[in-house]
Design a binder for this molecule. Structure first.
Ligand code: UDP
Length: 235
């Protein structure tokens, strides 16, 4: 196996599927199936999921919301998505547990690194919700933090593009994809892999990131089997 323990970052925005808002049950179930597939292979899986399909603090602030309250709304949105994913995983027969970075029992257990690792070692998929638990961060930073804490071998960043490109492939048709790139190059070329704080955290703590298209069913398994379908960002 390529990696023994992974941190999987799922974007909230992708969860909306074709709907443009909220949670598309089809996309949710596809994600759950893909996670179950690699869990069945014996991989320890920690998941951080975004909330952009429901609410983003920064966008809220642009509309007059208080930034901290807006970010808290965004963190609650990640808890909603986490419960949705937990439910879909359960329905697929995949044991799992939701942790929250903000106390809200009985919705989820209050997160600690130790409880999360224990659960993964027991064979449960662990979903770590509410990002970092603090405003002014994103779930990208939340994934870096949790990935480092749970001592993951890699952060798999599931997106709707199949890797890191020289330019935005949705805007520039001449953009080409990197198979592998260093953090320094990402920073130097200002490539939008994740936000700056998240990238720097991974770089400082030597957590490689693998960017790939999670919206194509079967891709997560391919990554685990070592197929070169995305981009590796490393030191
Ligand atoms: N958020 C936050 N702190 C965190 C993680 C998330 O305040 O540690 C809030 C922030 O407002 C963010 C929202 O939650 O916009 C949803 O997360 P994100 O935008 O990362 O979701 P994604 O883009 O992955 O769907």
């Amino acid at each position: 196996m390529r990696f023994k323990r992974i941190l999987l970052k799922l974007s909230g925005e992708s969860l909306q599927g074709e709907q443009g808002y909220g949670i598309d049950p089809k996309r949710l179930n596809e994600y759950a199936q893909q996670v179950k597939e690699i869990h069945d292979m014996g991989v320890q899986v920690g998941i951080v999921i975004g909330g952009g399909n429901i609410f983003r603090g920064l966008q809220g602030a642009g509309k007059g919301f208080d930034r901290v309250k807006g970010d808290q709304m965004g963190m609650l949105a990640t808890a909603i998505n986490s419960l949705g994913l937990s439910s879909a995983l359960g329905a697929a027969g995949c044991p799992n547990r939701v942790f929250t970075a903000i106390r809200m029992e009985p919705i989820g257990e209050f997160y600690t690194k130790w409880k999360a690792i224990e659960a993964m070692e027991r064979g449960e998929v662990v979903i770590m919700s509410c990002g970092t638990g603090s405003p002014y961060f994103t779930t990208d930073t939340g994934s870096s933090l949790r990935g480092i804490e749970i001592e993951a071998d890699v952060m798999l960043k599931g997106t709707r593009v199949d890797g890191v490109y020289t330019a935005d492939p949705e805007k520039d048709p001449t953009a080409t994809k990197y198979n592998s790139i260093t953090y320094d190059e990402v920073l130097e070329k200002k490539l939008r892999v994740m936000d700056l704080s998240a990238i720097c955290m991974c770089q400082d703590n030597n957590l490689p990131i693998y960017v790939f298209n999670m919206d194509i069913v079967g891709n997560l398994k391919k990554v685990m089997e070592g197929e070169d379908i995305g981009t590796l960002v490393h030191n």
